[in-house]
Design a protein around this ligand. Structure first.
Ligand code: SF4
Ligand code: SF4
Length: 294
């Protein structure tokens, strides 16, 4: 069994072809720009949709943990006291409350994914993303074993921040990798994500020794990695590696509203994307080094 928080069907940006992407819970990184905050915490969580709440106070009556309190026209939630028992979710008459995340078995998950098989064609298949899937390596391994039995192409979307042994474990059942390189410089990486990138760079070098396609993904964010100097360093690092190519993804604001719904404090600084001309300059740095920009 493992924990997931979403299944996205007909996905065309999560690996080759048309895919079904399953998002696993839990992540050791804290990227300032994270647009999937449901994936940060490994536990099942309460989500509150303020615009749906009719202030009936049913949730307050059924919750034994004093999570819900009410003022005049206000509904306050102490997310830290919630044990995700789901009682208030079941009682809420206006679906203002939800639980984010579910425990599921690999076989049940893969049988759900197999319902989409008709869309996959020659190239498509199943992608595991997150969060960071490698926080649940045995779950990943078992899902991919089931997927291979069902004839599915398997792709792992990872930050690279996990012990190498975990990648070794899943390698035999993983057909390709989406691998994040968020910065080359350790200080920029630490400032942007909260963790060092030594292990990420090391794992990528090791992964590239295997004959599995590796697609690099790099979010591009002003104030962090969006400089010619940093992009050049990333390009020089990747130049010698047999990767398929790189996708440069300018920062976007999707997902920001979810922080409030989950009671998670989001980064308060202003994040922006580079201008189009700058993105073109960055892309050129990679193509000049023989790296395909996808
Ligand atoms: S999920 Fe359970 S613990 Fe959490 S707020 Fe609702 S009733 Fe209370
Ligand atoms: S039960 Fe639902 S609608 Fe009623 S106060 Fe709680 S969240 Fe709002």
């Amino acid at each position: 069994m493992g924990k997931i928080f979403d299944i996205q069907r007909i996905s065309v940006h999560d690996g080759p072809g048309i895919r079904t992407t399953v998002f696993l819970k839990g992540c050791p990184l804290r990227c300032k720009w994270c647009h999937n905050p449901e994936g940060l915490n490994g536990r099942i969580q309460l989500k509150y949709l303020d615009e749906k709440c009719i202030l009936c106070q049913w949730c307050k009556m059924v919750c034994g943990n004093k999570v819900h309190t009410f003022g005049e026209n206000t509904h306050l939630i102490d997310f830290s006291a919630c044990i995700a028992c789901g009682k208030c979710v079941a009682e809420c008459p206006s679906t203002a409350l939800e639980l984010v995340g579910e425990e599921i078995s690999p076989s049940k998950l893969v049988s759900q994914v197999c319902e989409d098989k008709v869309f996959f064609g020659q190239e498509g298949g199943l992608t595991l993303s997150g969060g960071e899937p490698m926080l649940q390596p045995e779950f990943v391994y078992e899902i991919f074993c089931e997927a291979k039995k069902a004839g599915l192409h398997t792709c792992l979307d990872t930050s690279g921040y996990a012990k190498w042994e975990k990648y070794e474990r899943v390698l035999p059942v993983t057909d390709c990798f989406l691998y994040d390189v968020k910065a080359y410089s350790a200080d920029i990486h630490r400032r942007a994500t909260g963790v060092d990138n030594q292990i990420i760079k090391g794992n990528l070098r090791k992964l590239c020794r295997y004959e599995k396609p590796v697609y690099i993904r790099t979010p591009v964010v002003n104030g962090y990695n969006a400089t010619l100097d940093e992009m050049q360093k990333i390009a020089d690092f990747l130049k010698g590696l047999p990767i398929v190519g790189i996708t440069l993804m300018p920062y976007h604001t999707l997902g920001q509203s979810k922080y409030c719904m989950l009671g998670i404090k989001k980064y308060e600084g202003i994040l922006t994307a580079p201008a189009e001309e700058e993105m073109e300059q960055y892309k050129k740095l990679f193509t000049e080094r023989g790296i395909q920009v996808i």
